[in-house]
Design a protein around this ligand. Structure first.
Ligand SMILES: [Zn+2]
Length: 425
């Protein structure tokens, strides 16, 4: 009866302890034929019994512990080198893991696939953060290391990701996401945001794998350009539209803050016209309704006497219009012309700088019109970035962060979870 409820094959339930305020405790032992020594084949004798307590799945809505009275076996043959060994029953639990097998697979699914927090799951099971985290790592490692996970890729992207930011001193830790741009999932994550670690990663994949890559997407950053120049010299580099538009928005913000300071003598307050229109400015033009546009124009008239913010706003919209073209030749002509126009002496210095950046990256920007690897999908791309971000922040440990990001956004084969062997550290 009890065995039925406990739901583990070949175990005897010895006792169930129910003390108020404590997790439900189920005491079990395995049953089955006495094992033989693996060296000499003698029937083993019991050396002693040892009890391990494992965190199990909740039963009847209550946190539960499985107390497993493990056998320690001994070879009776004194000539034999084997000596003694502890019984092994993977359907119950694994050595060096503090949770039962079934609870381990369940928490890995909850945290890894459903993206629940470790804390939330720990509370549900009545245990602590470390127990859950260690278990997710043990079951998660084989999933993310599965060689089938990274298939044949034709378009790859690099993106810097902030995963830790500590309040007062603004300590920041960066990682680089390596992304399959056409399939929209995370291939891997390496520490830092310079060229060294991604180069090493591509090197490990081997030249054959690298040669298959036709397009390499990047933000407008020098280090990643260097990675692609070195490791994927035959791939066409494509500036990611998301980052190009983000840069235009950043420059617009810089102009707005400078003009705010120059005209009002202080940073934006909630009643200042330029502060009030900050969100309307960065919103895409097609997402502004008539009311919004009228409000924006009015606020600019009030707060932008020399029309600098207005110029920056137009510049941003022109940059966004780059992606309305689909023809590669027009694309390059457009970005080149725009880059030069924005360097005009009438434009604010921030916009001149934007113009210079556009010229420096014009081939990569226009290459998008050949590749089209991240437009329609830009939204997906952002979705992926959001997924990674959702996992991020608060991680101090890169290894944990990488594992969690890859489980959540790295498209592991979750069908394998039922059968993999955990790898505890
Ligand atoms: Zn033996």
């Amino acid at each position: 009866m009890c065995e039925l409820l406990v739901g583990l094959p070949d175990v005897n339930v010895l006792a169930v302890n129910d003390e108020p305020g404590l997790p439900l405790e189920v005491k079990i032992e395995t049953r089955g034929p006495r094992p033989s020594c693996r060296d000499c084949g003698h029937a083993a004798i019991v050396k002693d019994r040892r009890e391990v307590q494992l965190v199990d799945l909740p039963s009847f809505g209550r946190p539960t512990r499985l107390c497993w009275r493990k056998y320690r076996w001994q070879c009776p043959n004194c000539e034999c080198p084997t000596g003694s060994w502890t019984e092994h029953a993977p359907t119950v639990g694994w050595p060096r893991l503090a949770m039962t097998d079934r609870a381990g697979r369940w928490v890995t699914h909850q945290v890894g696939k459903s993206g629940r927090t470790v804390n939330e799951v720990a509370v549900e099971l009545g245990t602590d953060w470390h127990t859950i985290n260690d278990t997710v790592a043990a079951f998660g490692r084989p999933l993310i290391d599965d060689p089938e996970r990274i298939g044949e890729i034709t378009a790859v992207g690099l993106d810097e990701t902030l995963f830790f930011k500590l309040g007062r001193w603004k300590i920041q830790k960066w990682a680089t996401s390596i992304v399959d741009v056409s399939g929209h999932y995370l291939l891997d994550m390496v520490e830092g945001r310079n060229a060294a670690a991604p180069c090493e990663w591509f090197d490990e994949r081997g030249t054959q794998w690298c040669d298959r890559i036709e397009y390499a997407a990047l933000d407008l950053s020098g280090p990643y350009r260097k990675v692609f120049d070195t490791m994927l010299p035959n791939a066409t580099q494509v500036a990611d539209p998301f980052h190009v538009c983000k840069l235009a928005n950043q420059k617009l913000d810089e102009v707005r803050r400078r003009v705010q300071n120059e005209t009002m003598g202080h940073r934006g307050h909630k009643d200042d016209p330029l502060y009030r229109c900050r969100r309307l400015l960065t919103r895409a033009d097609e997402r502004l309704d008539d009311k919004g546009r009228t409000k924006l124009v009015g606020l600019l008239e009030a707060g932008d006497p020399r029309g600098e913010v207005r110029t920056a706003w137009h510049a941003k919209e022109l940059v966004r219009q780059l992606y309305c073209h689909t023809d590669p030749v027009t694309g390059l002509a457009w970005v080149t012309q725009l880059g030069h126009d924005l360097q005009d002496a009438d434009c604010p210095p921030e916009i001149n700088q934007l113009g210079r950046t556009l010229i420096r990256w014009r081939h990569q920007i226009a290459a998008w019109h050949h590749a089209h690897i991240s437009n329609g999908p830009t939204e997906n791309q952002n979705g992926l970035i959001k997924r990674i971000k959702r996992v991020g922040f608060g991680f101090t440990n890169f290894t944990n962060y990488r594992l969690r990001s890859l489980l959540y956004a790295g498209r592991p084969n979750w069908d394998l979870l039922a059968t993999i062997t955990p790898q505890p550290r």
